[in-house]
Each structure stands twice: as C-alpha cells, then as structure tokens.
Design a protein around this ligand. Structure first.
Ligand code: 5AD
Ligand code: SF4
Length: 471
C-alpha cells in the first residue's frame, strides 16, 4: 500500500524546508496533507492555505495516510508537472477508498494553476476529487470544503473574485525559518507566447505597500531575517504606496528596508523590460537589497525572442545586465532559459550558448520547451523533435555547470556574511546562505540559526560552499 506521496517530490522548489507539513499534531485534530508543486509562489500559497485551515482546527501532517484532507497545490507551467498531478490523484483515490473502509472520510482538493486551467476537466478525469480551487480563491477554502462535504458532489471554484484574498486570509503564523516568502504581486500581462501564467494567474495585480509592511513586520517579529518578495513579474510591481499613489518595487523595497530586524531583501521573478533605472540604482544604494538578481532571458536568438514575444533582444539584455553590474559589480545573476522553442535552429541555439558564455551567470534554470494548451506557441510551425531538445538541454546544462563552478570557485578565500538557516547533514554543522544565495556549510552550534555571521570560505563544491566561522 502507498504510505506517502514523498516519492513524487516537486521539481522546482529550491528549499524543501520551505514546504508545508508538520508532524507534531494533537490526536483529535483534523489533519491536512499539502503537497506543493512548482514555483516559490505555490510554496507561499500552500503556507497561507495551511494557515487558513489552521483557523478551522486543521493540523498539518506529512503522512497522507492519516490526512482527512489532502491538497495538491499544482503547477501548469510544463506538461510534466501537470501530468504528475493525475498520477498523484490516482494514488489519493486508492487511499480515500482504503480509509473509507475504516470509516474515515478523506477529502481531496486540487488547488493552484492546474485547478485554474483545467477546472471541471479535473473532476471528469479524477472523480474522487471533492474540490477544485483556483489560486485566487483559496481564502475561501474552509467554506468551499463545507460546501463539497454538504452537497455530496464536487465543487469547482476558479473565478477571479472581486475581493482581495490577502485581506480575507488570517494573520501569518509563527515563522518556521529565518527566511520567508512574501507574495507582493501576482499575474502577468506580458503574454510570452510559450507561457500559461497570464491565463492561470490572470492580469497583474499588486498588493498595497501598507499591507506588505504589516505582513513583513509579523514575519520579522517571529524571527525571519530574510524576505524574498515574490511575483510572476515582480519588478512590474505597482501597488499603492503609503501616500495612496502607486509606487514601484523600489519604493516598496525602501519602505521594507526601514524594518529594523529585517536584514535581507530579495525579489523574484523579473522581466528585463520592467528593470527600471530606479531599481538598478537600488542595487547600489539599498544596503539590505541582496546582490542577487534572477532575470530570465529565455533565448539568445533575436528571431526566437521575437517569436516568444519577449519584447527584448539579446543585445538589449546584455546591455541591461552590464548596467546592473555597473551599479553593483559583485551581483550574482541568475536566469531562465528555454531550449527547443518552435523554429529554433542549431544556429539559434548557438546564440543562446553565446549569451550564457558572455553573461557570466551565477545560476541558471534551463527547460525543454513544453507546448501548453491555449498558448500561441503550442500551434506554431517548426516544433522541435524531443531528441534535439534533449541534446540541446544537455549541452546547455554542461555549460551552465561550468559557469556555476567558476562563480562558486571565485568565492574561495573570501569572507562572507552568512545567514544560518538550519542544521547541516553532519553533526555540529549548520547550513546558511551567502548574500549571493549560495548554500554555505560551516561547523557551528544551533544557537547561530537565524544569525548572520562572517564565514571564511575555504572550498567550493558544485552546489555549495564550505567555510569556517571567523573567530
Ligand atoms: N515550456 C518550457 N519552459 C517554460 N517556462 C514557462 N513556460 C514554459 C514552457 N511552455 C519556463 C520559463 C519561465 C520559467 C518559470 O519556466 O523559462 O521563466
Ligand atoms: Fe510567463 Fe514570465 Fe512571460 Fe509573464 S513574463 S508570460 S510569467 S514567462
């Protein structure tokens, strides 16, 4: 019998510790199992769903077998992630049936972007599902669960409601870690031709600065030192400032910087077109803004970039990052790249490799193009065969690994302030993050968790650094 869904680890989450799921539950409580797929915004959403359900007496569990409610918070960005949901739903159906034999009710909910994109189709393919809830409606989870339980038939809620879900959600719980996510902006109006986000998350919406300061303060009061501001197009942020007029991401960062015990601010994901001069200069002027920028370029060929509707050329991208480097010479740049977009020739792919060589990325995520239903690129001529995509991805990943080794290698011999986040794999060891988001291991006692300490970096591996604490 299946005991957990752990073998189906989500693919894109950087920090598994950020996932929900706490085992120390009181015996009589209702239990909820939440599995998160996809991006960091889903991790944030899962936390907020957990909080909304905690207010209804639910306690989180890592063991799906004991869950009275199982939620899959899903990702629709590539086909593989979406299809995985259906295999998980098959397992959940069996668990629900087995538990029913023991007289226990199990509710199954599908949340997130697959819920938004496929709606009733999910219930048709997986009738054991009780509730389908889109990303804009999860503040209504308790009420929707009530409805699905009472009515005996599946409830599908994928509207974009007028009310602001963030206003309707309960206050943040005590933080689980020294770093936390904070969603400041949702949705995207850019309509890159490969991307489902404008369809699943809707048009751009920015939360007001006052609400974000309030939420950030609560996180900091509970021990958070590092906040990552999240948005599908975060540097397009245009929420109301404290004076009631719309402000920019820079304005928001300036206000958040005033929170005393907040030490580090990052933001993700940005679009090159929305990288304004004020934000570039903030990387020079704002001490708490970390020297790290995730700025996807997707492809190096101008022809492919135009077909992607990216609204920038390779040259413009490279000029932009050199302006960012002028403002903050040590900045760590990270990016997203797609290989095998329709019409991509070998020469186009070489142009992508050339940008990677020139840009000097500290980190890069690379993907094979995956046709998504309803997006313009999915019906374009010149779909690239799977074999060519795989070959290009392997070549690109080799190059990225080389660049990453160069970036990490250059850290050896330097002293860096490291925010320690948790115990390491070995006794007496802690793991933290450098300002450049590198993982850093050092021998240290647990009292340093949540503290920022200078570390002399002694060696660099493929994915992390090791060092000793400055005496
Ligand atoms: N196929 C492959 N990769 C995609 N991405 C978005 N849509 C697709 C798709 N259809 C990638 C982009 C984006 C990242 C979050 O996922 O690189 O920046
Ligand atoms: Fe998708 Fe990002 Fe393009 Fe928006 S900017 S459509 S989220 S890839």
């Amino acid at each position: 019998m299946q005991t957990s869904l752990d073998d189906l680890e989500p693919t894109l989450i950087e920090d598994p510790a950020a996932q929900t799921g706490v085992a120390d539950a009181a015996p009589a409580a209702k239990r909820v199992f939440i599995k998160t797929f996809g991006c960091q915004m889903n991790v944030y959403d899962s936390e907020r769903m957990g909080e909304a359900l905690a207010a209804e007496g639910y306690v989180e569990t890592n063991d799906v077998q004991e869950a009275d409610l199982a939620i899959l918070n899903t990702c629709h960005i590539r086909e593989k992630a979406a299809e995985k949901v259906y295999s998980d739903l098959g397992r959940l159906r069996d668990i629900k049936r087995d538990r029913a034999k023991g007289g226990k009710e199990t509710l199954i909910a599908v949340a997130g972007c697959v819920a938004q994109a496929e709606g009733t189709e999910i219930v048709r393919r997986a009738p054991a599902v009780d509730l389908v809830v889109g990303p804009q409606s999860y503040h209504r989870l308790p009420e929707l669960l009530q409805r699905s339980r009472g009515g005996g038939k599946s409830v599908v809620e994928t509207a974009f409601p007028d009310e602001d879900k963030f206003d309707a959600l309960p206050e943040r719980r005590p933080a689980k870690a020294a770093s936390a996510f904070l969603t400041v902006q949702e949705g995207c109006d850019k309509f890159c031709t490969f991307c489902v986000v404008p369809y699943t998350r809707g048009m751009e919406f920015s939360r007001p600065v006052a609400a974000l300061i309030h939420e950030a303060r609560r996180l900091v009061d509970r021990g958070v030192r590092d906040i990552k501001l999240l948005g599908q197009n975060v540097n397009g942020y245009h929420g109301d400032g404290l004076d009631g007029h719309p402000t920019t991401l820079t304005g928001l960062i300036r206000e958040l910087s005033k929170i005393d015990d907040l030490a580090r601010i990052r933001y993700v994901t940005s679009h090159p077109r929305d990288m304004g001069e004020d934000l570039i200069q903030a990387h020079r002027d704002e001490e708490k803004l970390m020297p790290y920028l995730h700025l996807p370029f997707q492809a190096g060929s101008d022809r492919i970039l135009a077909a992607m509707n990216r609204k920038h050329t390779a040259g413009e991208y490279l000029r932009l990052i050199s302006r960012v480097r002028e403002a903050r010479p040590d900045i760590a740049l990270s990016t997203d790249i797609i290989v095998g977009f329709p019409g991509e020739s070998d020469k186009d792919f070489e142009d992508t490799l050339a940008v990677v060589r020139e840009a000097g990325f500290a980190h890069a995520y690379s993907f094979k193009y995956s046709p998504r239903p309803g997006t313009p690129a999915s019906t374009m001529d010149g779909q690239v065969p799977e074999g060519a995509k795989s070959e290009r991805l392997a070549r690109l990943q080799n190059l990225i690994d080389e660049r990453l080794a160069l970036f990490n290698g250059a850290s050896v011999g330097k002293t860096m302030p490291v925010l320690f986040e948790k115990a390491g794999r070995f006794d007496g060891q802690l793991v933290g993050r450098s300002p450049y988001l590198q993982l850093v291991h050092a021998d240290a006692g647990p009292s340093l968790i949540g503290k920022i300490v200078d570390v002399d970096v002694r060696s660099a591996g493929a994915n992390s650094l090791s060092g000793v604490i400055r005496g």
